[in-house]
Design a protein around this ligand. Structure first.
Ligand code: DX5
Ligand code: ZN
Length: 219
């Protein structure tokens, strides 16, 4: 069953409450919180995303899907654990070695939060395999991380199918989240490749009717 995680990266300033409540009514499954530190990626959304995730915790029961695009993952885990997100996902590329990956996985779990690992387009999916037994979700970036409104990199579809095949062959229970450039045209490709959670920002926030596009993407 496909789930939708709406990215709030480009949410219109001043309309946050209205948009968040309309997305809730439109049955988005998650709010996707794109945390950027201005170092791992150029943009810095750190304070804004802390504010909005704390606000969402107050006004909505919907789960938060926190995507950390930061160098200092430990700090960010501490900062975002307090909003009790459903999942915290960090980038493999932000870790210096395997020990650090395991340490971060355990740190998130000790906060009773599910764990995701994300990889950028240039990182091979095989680098995720050794961590799969310990995590709940793989986030496959289908654009370069750092901003919304980009076009999906179609080579990433193959990466999703390789991951899905490995997960099936090894009887693992792991969600695959596709993130970046997902819209009504591209969602079919990533779904048939094996993604079961779709992150979409621009396509949903620009739509006249959130419920229609979310329902269409879920089909
Ligand atoms: C990019 C973010 C994505 C992005 C998705 O670094 O991780 O979540 O905001 O937005 P769209 O759907 O506009 O590509
Ligand atoms: Zn994201």
């Amino acid at each position: 069953m496909t789930e939708i995680s709406t990215s709030l990266l480009n949410i219109e300033k001043g309309k946050e409450t209205e948009i968040i409540l309309n997305l809730e009514k439109a049955k988005t499954d998650y709010f996707h919180i794109d945390v950027m530190d201005g170092k791992f990626v150029q943009k810095n959304t750190y304070d804004k995303t802390r504010e909005i995730s704390e606000y969402i915790k107050r006004i909505s029961n919907l789960p938060q899907d926190v995507h950390l695009m930061v160098e200092n993952v430990k700090n960010a885990i501490n900062d975002f654990a307090s909003v009790e997100p459903n999942i915290i996902t960090f980038h493999l590329e932000a870790c210096k070695d395997e020990n650090e990956v395991i340490e971060l996985i355990n740190m998130i779990k000790e906060n009773h939060i599910k764990v995701g690992i994300a990889i950028k387009p240039n990182t091979s999916v095989e680098e995720l395999f050794k961590f799969l037994p310990y995590i709940h979700m793989c986030l496959i970036m289908t654009v370069e991380p750092g901003k919304g409104g980009q076009t999906l990199i179609s080579d990433m579809v193959e990466k999703i199918s390789i991951l899905k095949k490995y997960i099936m062959e090894n009887n693992l229970e792991i969600d695959i989240e596709a993130d970046g450039g997902i819209n009504l045209a591209t969602c079919e490709k990533v779904k048939s490749a094996g993604a079961n959670i779709l992150v979409s920002g621009t396509a949903i926030l620009m739509a006249r009717n959130y419920a229609n596009i979310i329902e269409e993407m879920k089909k």
